[in-house]
Design a protein around this ligand. Sequence first.
Ligand SMILES: [Zn+2]
Length: 325
Amino acid sequence: MIPPNLLWESHACLPLHPAASFAPIDRLREAGVSFVSINVGMDMNPVAQVMAVIAGFRATIAAHPDRYLLAAHMADIGRAQAGGQIAIGFDLEGAMPLLEQPDMVALYASLGVRQIHFAYNRNNSVADGCHDVERGLTPLGVRMVQAVNAAGMLMDCSHTGRRCSLDIMATSTQPVIFSHANPLALVEHGRNITDEQIRACAGTGGVVSVSGVSFFLGNPAPTAQDVARHAAYVADLVGVRHVGIGLDISFHQPELDDTPPGDYDPTYWWPKSAGYKRGITKTVYTPIETWPLLPQALQDTGMTADEAALVMGGNMARVAAHVWR
Ligand SMILES: [Zn+2]
């Protein structure tokens, strides 16, 4: 049973630090957001850091049961909505924290990870990144897709190489999502996705959640109208049932240093040749206040109120209800 009028934030980022403040999550809750998927690690973060972050975030959630609920199933989201809490799931951005072991997928699932994509911009032993040489899904990657399907985790293709994402969608027996991605036809950027990728995603029964990132929306000061325009493009191409929202807001907290240890080089993960400036320090995100503006912005593109509600959360809820079981 899917609760009505859900607002589903497919992807957001807190500092990757166990002591990260959840104040931005409170602001999302106050904006009416029902569920948020929070990043707990990317390919550049070692497993020790990912585990410390998961432990810290789980402790913060457990310490405030009046405000937060770690969701495992759709029923949890209904419970959170009834109790005035925001439901939270974790996501991983890359397969490197899986340590080349498909069994790690179920372990992360047991810790609250509900969604994963396999590569963060660059290639690894499992999959290709969108800013690297195209190879396709590796044999280990095929086993990893099977493990994600078996664990009841959402398979995500954001940040993934184009051919590799098509391989993942052909391999998965479950609907596949893009938790934060924008159409290439509207803005030429290596992180944006082709019509072929959008059609393949819809073909799995999945959802493309449109991001609120300046580079990918093609506006240095992005607005709800920009997000709505990109959502409308996907809806026109494959139908409104395959569109969602994943604003990808990164809530920096300057007092916390979450730089990965070791020889971390941001220009490797966000290459200048792909159009990034000094890593992603120049990125601008649509604000949290985008959420209450989106229903009208979506309707201004020609959607009905019911169609806008599907984009705001109904579609992602339908897919999650199916995949999480
Ligand atoms: Zn991302």
